[in-house]
Write a protein that binds this ligand. Structure first.
Ligand SMILES: Nc1ncnc2c1ncn2[C@@H]1O[C@H](COP(=O)(O)OP(=O)(O)OP(=O)(O)O)[C@@H](O)[C@H]1O
Ligand SMILES: [Mg+2]
Length: 586
């Protein structure tokens, strides 16, 4: 191939990738734009359908781009010198686009499929961003709207609500403005409100819509989020959130991704980061639906961490899994999960089924109770980065996935998740009050999952973790299934002593049969904690509870578990059309 031929091919290839990326962006935006209408029309089924459809776009457009590249490049598709030229041409073509971060990740997705790159390959990938992302945007933000206070605080909030108009009217605009003012006043502690700076675009997810930004006072800035609902065709301001922790729970890694219109994901992430400085950049990208680029950011922060420390990967604290080898780095808040070659008795799932269940979780409403998992392929780390015990375990128990190549440990496939404190450990190490709270939230987690049609399967303490905010989150998906696929049964009564004393059940148990009465012994709680659990959540041991939930899902009801405390709601006592984590049992 002559130099000019190769430059020409590189130019045309880069054009193909740019246009595939633009198709992706265009479709992503058009689905995102629909969210507003679904909210206004209360079309919750469409909202859920479209948000899973958006998750498919990435792979679809990467595949389409690859197909065109194969047709163009034929047997030259694996020529590395050519790809180095394509990379340069692509970078030039991107120029100073505001979405070059996402565009670079898109390029990497393509080349990783072609080369099955182990580790990273700077010649054909964007390992280090071409320009530094975070901190790149000067203030003022181009995506926000500012509201100065003129007159009374309540007028400020009224102006805000008037600004964010929907096709459905506010149920009680003046009343809501007054209630917002009241809620804010109780948090001000003598400070004066100066104004608000709010993202112009509204964030949508499930049945909720969120106006997100900050409140400026004479002394400092406070996070400011209005949670809107549409219970009966009229818009209600359901809650006001005013702390970084509260807002952080709204943007949790255990929630589905938001639909929010944005010109530049990077600027949006920076703006959100200025509100929630503790939340990792990777998680913010993921929260606004740019999960692939979130992965890139996560990987970069991992490399950074390894560069800055000499920490080694170690077996994660807690009980060893039968399906997964789980490991972590002490100073990095993430766990890595590798599938074992074989699963011990009594596990009967296959590898494919485990992957399918992780996929189910990825696409389903996670209700703030299922940790988000990212998948990586072909990672490579120096072997000295692994503790002896961990390396021994990976090479013997996960030899189909993990191998040594020279001085490197190559991992064919793994999941990453945010690291939580396993509940079994947490209950042993924490004081009685915190343990009590955790156990109550554990029952609530089971109910929230049931409300979103998820049955966790293996509900032992070791499979739940406690987050930084003290929230209970489930992470073991190999036995998880839809609630509507389960058969909840009452335990048959034994007719003879012989039956009663039998080790194995003497009655027939189908694969999907579940006996809620047995949960008591499954839970692994004792004494006071068991009593507390039963007091608050005794109905979980009752077949009726589960069947009622199933009926609801069969009817097609969509429940949303809202990401804030009841005490933050503005109209407490008004009939709740959805359940809240802290709401008393209906
Ligand atoms: N996100 C997480 N944060 C902290 N620890 C975790 C996390 N995920 C898993 N672990 C730890 O790793 C162990 C095994 O993980 P997990 O339960 O996902 O695997 P498994 O093989 O499916 O387990 P099981 O044998 O219960 O089916 C857990 O018991 C827990 O101690
Ligand atoms: Mg487990």
């Amino acid at each position: 191939m002559s130099i000019s031929e190769s430059l020409d091919l590189a130019g045309r290839s880069s054009e193909i990738i740019v246009s595939a990326f633009e198709v992706y962006t265009r479709r992503f935006r058009s689905i995102t734009r629909l969210a507003r209408r679904h909210f206004e029309r209360r079309d919750w089924h469409a909202a859920q359908r479209e948000s899973s459809r958006r998750l498919d776009l990435y792979n679809d457009t990467v595949n389409a781009g690859l197909e065109s590249l194969r047709a163009l490049l034929e047997d030259k598709i694996e020529s590395r010198p050519l790809w180095t030229a394509i990379r340069a041409a692509y970078q030039q073509r991107l120029g100073d686009r505001r979405d070059d971060d996402l565009a670079e990740t898109f390029f990497n997705s393509i080349t990783r499929r072609i080369f099955h790159t182990i580790g990273v390959d700077p010649a054909v990938e964007f390992v280090i961003p071409a320009s530094p992302y975070v901190g790149a945007f000067g203030r003022p933000w181009s995506l926000t709207e500012s509201f100065e206070r003129e007159g009374r605080d309540v007028d400020l909030y009224r102006r805000v609500l008037e600004h964010y108009r929907f096709a459905a009217d506010y149920d009680d605009l003046d009343g809501d403005a007054a209630r917002i003012a009241g809620m804010v006043a109780s948090e001000l502690d003598g400070r004066q409100v100066r104004g608000l700076e709010l993202a112009r675009a509204v964030f949508y997810r499930n049945k909720g819509a969120y106006i997100v930004g900050k409140l400026h006072t004479d002394r400092d800035d406070m996070p400011f989020v209005l949670a809107l609902t549409n219970p009966e065709g009229r818009i209600v301001v359901d809650a006001v959130l005013l702390t970084a922790d509260e807002v952080s729970i709204v943007f949790s890694f255990a929630r589905s991704y938001f639909l929010v219109e944005m010109d530049s994901a990077r600027e949006m992430v920076e703006f959100l980061h200025s509100i929630m400085p503790r939340k990792p950049i990777a998680e913010l990208y993921i929260a606004v639906g740019c999960n692939k680029h979130g992965k890139t950011e996560l990987y970069r922060s991992l490399l950074n961490h390894l560069r800055k420390t000499d920490e080694r990967f170690e077996v994660a604290p807690g009980q060893r899994g039968m399906v997964m080898c789980v490991f972590t780095l002490p100073g990095f808040d993430v766990v890595f999960k590798v599938l074992r070659d074989r699963f011990d008795y009594p596990k009967t799932v296959t590898h494919r089924e485990v992957l399918e269940r992780y996929r189910l979780v990825f696409r389903h409403d996670r209700a703030g109770r299922l940790v988000d998992a990212q998948q990586f392929e072909h990672l490579a780390f120096h072997r000295r980065r692994f503790s002896e015990a961990l390396l021994g375990e990976l090479l013997s128990a996960a030899s189909e996935t993990v191998r040594l190549e020279g001085e490197h440990v190559v991992i064919g496939h793994l999941f990453t998740e945010r690291r939580l404190r396993p509940l079994d450990i947490y209950l042993r190490e924490t004081g009685p009050a915190a343990a009590h709270e955790a156990v109550i939230d554990y029952g609530q987690a089971l109910k929230d999952l049931a409300a979103t049609n998820i049955f966790p399967g293996d509900m032992l303490l070791k499979n739940f973790g406690v987050s930084r905010h003290g929230r209970l989150i489930f992470y073991d998906y190999d036995e998880l299934c839809l609630l509507t696929d389960c058969n909840f049964r009452v335990l048959p009564e034994a007719c003879s002593d012989f039956e009663e004393l039998a080790q194995e059940p003497w009655y027939y148990v189908g694969e999907r049969d579940i006996f809620p009465q047995e949960f008591r012994s499954f839970l692994g709680l004792e004494g006071e904690l068991l009593d507390a659990f039963l007091d608050a959540h005794g109905e979980l041991l009752d077949v009726e509870f589960w069947r009622r939930m199933q009926d609801m899902h069969h009817r097609g009801d969509v429940l949303d578990v809202f990401p804030y405390r009841d005490s933050r709601r503005l109209r407490r006592g008004s009939p709740a059309v959805h359940r809240h984590p802290e709401e008393p049992k209906a």
